[in-house]
Design a binder for this molecule. Structure first.
Ligand SMILES: Nc1ncnc2c1ncn2[C@@H]1O[C@H](COP(=O)(O)OP(=O)(O)OP(=O)(O)O)[C@@H](O)[C@H]1O
Ligand SMILES: [Mg+2]
Length: 331
């Protein structure tokens, strides 16, 4: 941590992927800060760069195609982009942990879930086999898995989706990280289980004093959980505000679109935001102007020629838009 209490400072982070079709500009210079124990929500539609920006914090951007092309990520004052790979492996898991979007991609199907938690404990905290087993059972209990002495021996496929997600959370918090990145921790779950998992994360955050980055499609989820919200579009942060302020005075037309979007139930599973007309731009040939201009009901000529800076335009928090949505006038 730095002297002013900031745990994480992401500054002008840009990530690109070199593909056969061209350079994908996945993250285009995002900046935010997180204090110890605080929570930030990163919200936006599919493909806007939420996961990639967080993978960059973990040092897990897929190489060689992926590349952090700009910026810095300071954690406790140290730039993670400059940290040697072996030190980064230590930090990952022990100080920064991530719950990945797809539980089955991080739970190894050939090992019992308990063993996976135990391995992390033995590696990072030097526990003996017996200590690690006892701690794994305790962690499964903490995350609300019934009969943890039995479940610790289960293989991932023997657990329901909700229980897999809880096991992932147990693994992520096993070493008491200072920062937990939760990437869509509930989208694969049905609605009641979603609420339980979010409540569990909130409880763990209070008890362990962890800072949390919560990545989600759903604005409603950040409302009850996060201190601040960054709304992302096409690799840019378009609005950044304390959560109550965002809901009281949304300033970016895209944020307004998200707020008006009605969730539609797809099957018995996740809810998806669906009704902003049009779709996000191609990140290979990003247009010169505001990336939201083609879908924006407030669009002006000027919007097609430049991307507005992210700055406070009188509403009390930064926004990347030249139109005041309350009046429809330029500001
Ligand atoms: N390995 C890769 N190679 C090429 N492009 C990639 C790669 N990984 C991500 N991208 C692209 O980067 C952009 C941002 O992806 P990212 O996974 O961060 O989106 P997201 O906001 O997490 O979306 P979702 O809500 O669907 O998870 C997307 O256009 C995606 O196609
Ligand atoms: Mg994602």
């Amino acid at each position: 941590m730095t002297e002013n209490g900031t745990l994480l400072e992401v500054d002008d982070l840009a990530v690109e992927f070199d593909t056969d079709e061209g350079m994908v500009h996945a993250v285009n210079g995002i900046s935010y800060e997180l204090d110890k124990g605080d929570s930030i929500g990163i919200v936006g539609e599919s493909g806007c760069g939420k996961s990639v920006s967080s993978l960059a914090i973990m040092g897990l951007v897929a190489r060689p195609a992926g590349n952090v092309s700009r910026g810095s990520i300071r954690f406790r004052g140290k730039d993670l982009l400059q940290v040697p790979a072996d030190e980064m492996r230590e930090i990952r898991g022990a100080q920064i942990a991530m719950i990945f979007q797809d539980p089955m991609s991080s739970l190894n199907p050939v090992y019992p879930v308990g063993r996976q938690i135990e391995e992390s404990l033995r590696l990072h905290l030097n526990m003996t086999k017996q200590e690690a087993r006892a701690k794994a059972v305790e962690l499964l209990d903490t995350v609300g898995i019934p009969a943890p002495e039995e479940r610790v021996k289960d293989y991932p496929h023997q657990l329901s989706g909700g229980m897999q997600q809880r096991a992932m959370i147990a693994m992520a918090i096993s070493c008491q990280p200072d920062l937990l990145i939760a990437d869509e921790p509930t989208t694969a779950l049905d609605v009641t289980i979603q609420a339980q998992v979010i409540e569990l994360l909130a409880e763990l955050r209070r008890e362990l004093g962890m800072a949390v980055i919560l990545i989600t499609h759903e604005l409603a989820l950040v409302a009850g959980f996060c201190d601040r919200v960054a709304v992302m579009y096409a690799g840019f942060i378009v609005e950044y505000a304390p959560v109550h302020e965002l809901f009281a005075r949304p300033q970016h037309p895209y944020t307004l679109g998200l707020m008006q979007a009605v969730p539609t139930i797809t099957g018995d599973r996740s809810e998806k935001l669906s009704n902003i007309p049009g779709s996000p731009p191609d990140l290979i040939g990003l247009p010169q102007g505001c990336p939201y201009a083609p879908r924006c009901p407030y669009v002006r000529d000027a919007c097609h020629s430049m991307v507005p800076a992210l700055e406070d335009r009188g509403a009390g928090h930064p926004v990347r838009c030249i139109v005041d949505p309350a009046t429809g006038e330029l500001r």
